[in-house]
Design a protein around this ligand. Structure first.
Ligand code: ADP
Ligand code: MG
Length: 714
């Protein structure tokens, strides 16, 4: 559906790039499946386009330049040689046990001879392509056999003038079953169909950098003239990276523009509700909390719409800040909403907020997919009548039919799940009334990530933990010592501790995750009886609540869970976190999980069980976890270890999956793209003037159609 609509608005000049990949010669269903795995794992093969292939750039190259004469060829290494074909030696049939003897061709130059060796050869093909007496370039690995030089199955047999042998053969990232040769052939076809597109980069900037046009850049990146062309900073590569970053920044700028445009109003609370909440708090706000709150107050009081990120490590106390901001919105006569990424978190928030806000006389309600029928109807009516002050929920909050009387402040709790731009977009559409927007995130986000995910956004940081936290002792333990770990848990439980037990993440399948958790549950049940609970994504919401409730109430001592469950719950008495197969988790995820303990006065521990052998990176990750609890250090290390690239990690850290841009190498380009995007939208807020057309083409090229819709709606 959506696909069809997009296709009709995409400019015609992009049509060749959005032709299906299956239209290329050699792409049948099997190859299409492999290409999908390689290029866009989440897409259907039918929705794979030429552009997806074209944006898959070589990761390296093989030197195919001439290596000299035959006498200089080194055994075991690649050689590219200019040779004369001297003799065909078809081989005697039956000399080998299976099938035919290899077909040999003796080639020579003035310094010596090499035998080309072909097993299972197509003889007539060899006779046609390598006629005796002619000259050819051959390239491949040289070996020694019986005192002779051989080259079994040369990689290349090319014309003697070298016109069909590149100096640098591009090497692509591959997937099992796809060869580099095939990818090169497909790429050649695809490159032949690249249209010339209008230039979207500012002429002066293009010139200053010495960048080629889009088409030329694409050609040069796939057909490098030298190894330097393969560097991320080579002009053609840099240009393509900039294109991608510019599309990203334009899209973010469009979202931001949409949100800021709805004129905010001036929200100033008189402090009477806030005072009641503060008076009832069993603690004092930290300095960081007070400062963040003053920044939020400032944003809400001015006439623009607030677009602020509240960034603070797990346990830094974001919730109470959000609540106090909501209090101001309510004092000013409005309502507030809090959206959590999962149902469990929404319920947890509802409970917490109710605890703080109830005594201050605020009406707090929850709305998720679970509230249905009459209950839901009644709730919506009260919401519309302004009888509910704070509505908490999942994305169900912003569905059609959910109408606030007067939504003044929307808070989005992202925890470590980003994907914020979609949420922001949603927000831009759904809360047209000009609600102020506060996004809470638990992962300290390095600046590059902040820019690529949020564009320009104001940030408040909670960089100070509430007092009274105990440091968490983190240990890494090989899983052969599981029995010891269980014994340790037994001792701790006997002393009244509560334990989270997180089971391995098997990325491919939730069902497998659950099987592993169930198995562990069964083992632990034998030891701990009915003091163990199990929770996973396939339980019914009611069952989840029940298990969570019993853990929170202390009836359960051990909570076994898969990571599908957001462990964003707050059980201060829980002081032990055990994570199985910790080597499979990303750093930020480990940090999030660990942050669930160390919240009470009890001494806390985190045990990272791992299975050997560990990869170097896994080892480093576990070491980082042992070394520090500082979320900032962990986020930076995370970025460093992943180099900003790898797909799974990308999803976890919130780095958009760039195909061309490499961070940190292209950080400067990112900043330039940010400035350019801002300028473009200031000049022409809907990108409707003729000179903005090329920028729209760019957005379509990188499939940021969402941004174009926002601009149009604007
Ligand atoms: P976050 O959402 O940032 O992970 P929470 O808001 O859930 O953190 O706070 C974690 C815990 O710390 C909660 O139990 C909360 O009541 C408590 N807390 C928050 N602020 C303070 C403070 N200033 N002093 C002591 N405890 C606090
Ligand atoms: Mg929280």
């Amino acid at each position: 559906m959506a696909e069809r609509r997009l296709a009709s608005t995409r400019p015609a000049e992009l049509a060749p790039l959005f032709a299906p990949l299956t239209g290329l010669k050699g792409v049948g269903p099997r190859i299409a499946g492999l290409l999908k795995t390689l290029l866009r794992p989440k897409r259907q093969p039918e929705a794979l386009y030429l552009v997806d292939l074209l944006l898959h750039l070589p990761s390296g190259g093989v030197d195919r330049r001439m290596t000299g004469s035959i006498s200089e060829a080194r055994i075991g290494e690649l050689a590219t040689l200019k040779v004369r074909i001297a003799e065909h030696r078809p081989g005697v049939q039956g000399r080998f046990r299976r099938g035919r003897a290899p077909y040999r061709i003796l080639v020579e130059d003035d310094t010596g001879a090499v035998e080309l060796v072909y097993f299972n050869a197509d003889r007539s093909y060899l006779q046609r392509t390598l006629p005796v007496g002619e000259e050819r370039l051959i390239s491949g690995k040289v070996e020694a056999y019986d005192g002779y030089l051989q080259m079994p199955h040369p990689d290349y047999v090319a014309r003697a003038d070298g016109t069909d042998l590149p100096d640098v053969e591009p090497v692509y990232p591959l997937t099992t079953g796809l060869s580099n040769g095939l990818l090169r052939k497909l790429m050649d076809q695809a490159l032949g169909r690249v249209p010339s597109l209008p230039e979207w980069i500012d002429a002066a900037w293009l010139k200053k950098n010495g960048w080629p046009g889009f088409k030329a850049a694409l050609l040069a990146s796939h057909r490098p003239a030298s190894f330097a062309d393969l560097e991320a900073t080579a002009p053609p590569r840099a240009r393509l990276a900039y294109d991608e970053l510019l599309a990203n920044q334009l899209a973010l700028a469009a979202i931001r523009q949409r949100i800021r445009k709805a004129r905010g109003r001036s929200i100033r609370g008189d402090g009477h509700i806030r005072k009641k909440i503060l008076d009832a708090l069993p603690f004092e706000l930290t300095g960081a909390q007070r400062f963040a709150l003053s920044e939020i107050d400032g944003d809400m009081a001015d006439g623009h719409r607030m677009l602020r990120l509240l960034q603070g490590d797990v346990g830094s106390g974001k919730t109470i800040v959000a609540l106090l901001a909501m209090a101001a919105a309510i004092e000013a006569g409005g309502q507030a909403a809090l959206m959590a990424p999962t149902e469990i978190l929404a319920r947890q928030h509802a409970k917490t907020l109710e605890g703080f806000a109830g005594p201050a006389g605020l009406k707090v309600e929850i709305l998720t997919g679970r509230e249905k029928g009459k209950t839901r109807q009644a709730l919506l009516e009260r919401l519309g009548a302004g009888e509910i002050d704070i509505l908490i929920g999942t994305h169900a909050l912003f569905q059609e039919g959910v109408d606030f009387k007067d939504l003044a402040l929307a808070v989005i709790d992202e925890q470590h799940r980003f994907g914020v731009h979609q949420r922001l977009a949603l927000q831009g559409k759904s809360t047209g009334a000009g609600a102020e927007l506060l996004v809470m995130t638990a992962t300290p986000i390095p600046r590059t990530l902040l820019l690529t995910n949020f564009g320009e956004m104001d940030v408040s940081k909670l960089d100070e933990k509430p007092p009274g936290r105990t440091p968490i002792k983190t240990r890494t333990v090989p899983d052969e010592r599981l029995a010891e770990v269980i014994e340790g848990a037994q001792r701790a439980v006997a002393n009244g501790a509560q334990v989270y037990w997180v089971c391995p993440l098997v990325a491919e399948s939730e069902t497998l995750d659950i099987a592993a958790a169930e198995e562990r549950f069964a083992v632990l049940q034998k030891i701990f009886g009915d003091h163990v609970g199990l929770i996973h994504g396939q339980l019914k919401a009611k069952e989840k609540d029940e298990v969570m409730g019993r853990f929170a109430a202390g009836e359960l001592s051990i909570l076994v869970s898969t990571t599908v469950i957001e462990v964003g719950v707050d059980v201060p008495n829980a002081s032990i976190m055990i994570i199985e197969h910790a080597e499979r988790f990303g750093l930020s995820q480990l940090h999030q999980l660990r942050g669930r303990v160390g919240r009470g006065a009890k001494e806390s521990a985190c045990i990272l069980l791992y299975r050997q052998p560990l990869t170097e990176t896994a080892k480093e990750r576990l070491n980082v976890m042992r070394r520090t609890e500082d979320g900032f250090v962990i986020a930076e290390e995370d970025l460093r270890l992943r180099g900003g690239g790898e797909v799974l990690g990308t999803r976890q850290s919130g780095m958009p999956a760039f195909r061309l841009a490499r961070l940190p190498e292209h950080t400067e380009l990112l900043e330039a793209a940010r400035d350019e995007a801002r300028l473009a939208l200031t000049r022409d807020p809907t990108l409707s003037e003729p000179r903005s057309q090329a920028l729209k083409t760019l957005l379509y090229l990188f499939e940021r159609d969402d941004a174009i819709r926002l601009l149009r709606a604007g």
